[in-house]
Design a protein around this ligand. Structure first.
Ligand SMILES: NC(=O)c1ccc[n+]([C@@H]2O[C@H](COP(=O)([O-])OP(=O)(O)OC[C@H]3O[C@@H](n4cnc5c(N)ncnc54)[C@H](O)[C@@H]3O)[C@@H](O)[C@H]2O)c1
Ligand SMILES: [Fe+2]
Length: 470
């Protein structure tokens, strides 16, 4: 009996050993690729075979901002740099943060000059403030503009000798890896859009090239994201509208991004795996949640400011989409948006102050109908699924029509959101297209995440189709 049991166990072990041998022999990963008789070259595999998900600790709850003072006590913080913008400084999100800091005996200094849609000069001003402060931690209270400015201030404060372009993404800057230890940063988003509270990205407009670019490294990621839907109750209609489009494009772009197994090469060292890795089963979960949330809540959140259920879900969806993009990435809408926003002429949006700017969410949405018509042949099934998650009836629809169906679905949302009718409504004409294409080309980090490679002619065609979208 014992012998029989032993022999079953032994044969099971043989089966497992055999399976492991087969698995190792067929595995292409660097850890297993040169065992036994299998001849596998030592070169890095052309395509990646792995992805990883990184994100800030996320704490979500109505009124949870009141805990921030205790978080800083727990961190041992003695001197905190609080960053915000000149509008938010007198509104309740900042007041709640300061009350919590005061109650918990935390010393702080406040910087309230963050520029909406920041530039390299506005970043440098914030860095100057940080360098004077001897801070041991940072708290950002605001939208993407505030959180991104705070990340950059933290970075250059911790590496005071660095030249500004050292850390800016290549080829615009040197794309240097961050090896200095940054101070802990807590992010408290007040818009429902960018997801910057979970990402290592800091985006700004580099004035000399009239295009947005950024700094992107995991070290910039806040250690804690405090997601408090109460802050969204003061969001003006247009900020809610345009930042909702940012969630929309984050979800659609990360869902349709090149699959991570198609992006390459695999890094020689896991530390070098890029932040934007392509679509993967985990970021797809975030994207699906967001697309369904948008179907149910986007219009309600924009047009019913006190609909706490709608605004709360949109706030959570923004963070979820942030985790998706922070790991899968975004592609053509964002790549094209950077020169669209950077070359702004006279467009002054409602609810964003008096300077000409094209709010980020609007700049990404404006090419979306044309972008997804272009990318649909890469995976018609996934484009149809996205349309369905956004509310379209796709029963019996042909794969060949996936691009048109998704694009028509986006246009229906644009109708409800009263979105401006294309690039022409933002001050551009066909004559501007060569400059916009030129501005998009340096965004290779994003363009490479597109599920289809694209020529300059393809980008021109997408922009041409976006001059008027209805
Ligand atoms: N780092 C990332 O991962 C990432 C991702 C997407 C976008 N971005 C960047 O984020 C920036 C846009 O950020 P945004 O869309 O969050 O807007 P924003 O930070 O530019 O703010 C827009 C306006 O809304 C106001 N506002 C914000 N919250 C408010 C509230 N609760 N009540 C009343 N007014 C409020 C602000 O004062 C400002 O006037 C762009 O520069 C964009 O490029 C960054
Ligand atoms: Fe975005």
């Amino acid at each position: 009996m014992i012998l029989k049991k032993f022999s079953i166990m032994a044969s099971r072990k043989r089966v497992f050993d055999l399976l492991r041998t087969i698995n190792v022999a067929t595995c292409q990963c660097p850890a297993h690729a040169h065992r036994g008789k299998i001849q596998v070259s030592n070169s890095t595999p052309l395509k990646d075979y792995a992805f990883e998900i990184k994100c800030s600790t996320v704490r979500y709850g109505l009124g949870v901002t009141r805990e921030v003072g205790l978080d800083l006590v727990n961190l041992g913080a003695k001197n905190v740099c609080v960053m915000t913008d000149s509008n938010l400084v007198s509104l309740s999100p900042v007041k709640t943060v300061l009350d919590s800091l005061i109650k918990n005996g935390i010393n702080y200094k406040i910087y309230d000059k963050v520029r909406v849609e920041p530039t390299d000069s506005s970043f440098k001003d914030a860095v100057k403030f940080a360098k004077k402060g001897n801070f041991d931690s940072f708290v950002a209270v605001g939208g993407g503009s505030v959180m991104d400015t705070c990340k950059a201030a933290n970075l250059y404060y911790c590496d005071p000798e660095a030249d500004f372009l050292d850390y800016v993404n290549a080829p615009v800057g040197k794309g240097k890896q961050v090896t200095v230890q940054l101070k802990p940063m807590i992010a408290i988003p007040t818009t429902s859009g960018t997801g910057s509270e979970t990402t290592g990205a800091s985006i700004f407009d580099l004035e000399e090239i009239h295009a947005k670019t950024g700094i992107s490294h995991a070290a910039l990621r806040p250690i804690l994201a405090i997601i408090d839907p109460l802050h969204t109750l003061s969001l003006p209609e247009k900020v809610s509208n345009y930042s909702g489009w940012d969630i929309f494009c984050h979800a659609l772009e990360s869902f349709t991004a090149i699959p991570y197994t198609e992006r390459g090469p695999a890094p020689a060292n896991p530390a070098l795996r890029p932040t934007y890795q392509g679509s993967n089963p985990i970021s797809d979960v975030w994207a699906r949640f967001c697309l369904q949330s948008l179907q149910k809540y986007f219009a309600r959140a924009v047009y019913k400011p006190d609909d706490i259920e709608a605004r709360s879900t949109m706030h959570l969806a923004a963070t979820m989409a942030g985790v998706g993009i922070g790991n899968a990435g975004v592609h053509l809408c964002h790549g094209l948006a950077y020169p669209i926003a950077g070359n702004v002429k006279t467009f002054v949006p409602q609810d964003y102050g008096s300077d000409p700017i094209i709010p980020h969410g609007l700049s990404v949405a404006v090419t979306a109908p044309a972008v997804f018509r272009f990318t649909a042949p890469s995976d018609p099934g996934k484009h149809l699924e996205a349309a369905s998650l956004l509310g379209a009836d796709v029963t019996g629809k042909k794969q060949a029509d996936a691009g048109k169906i998704l694009s028509d679905t986006i246009l229906k949302y644009m109708d409800v959101m009263k979105t401006e009718n294309g690039l022409s409504a933002l001050g551009y004409s066909s004559d501007d297209i060569p400059a916009l294409v030129k501005g998009a080309l340096p965004q290779q980090r994003l363009l490479q995440i597109s599920p289809l490679p694209q020529s300059e002619e393809d980008l021109s065609k997408i922009l041409e189709e976006s001059i008027k979208i209805f």
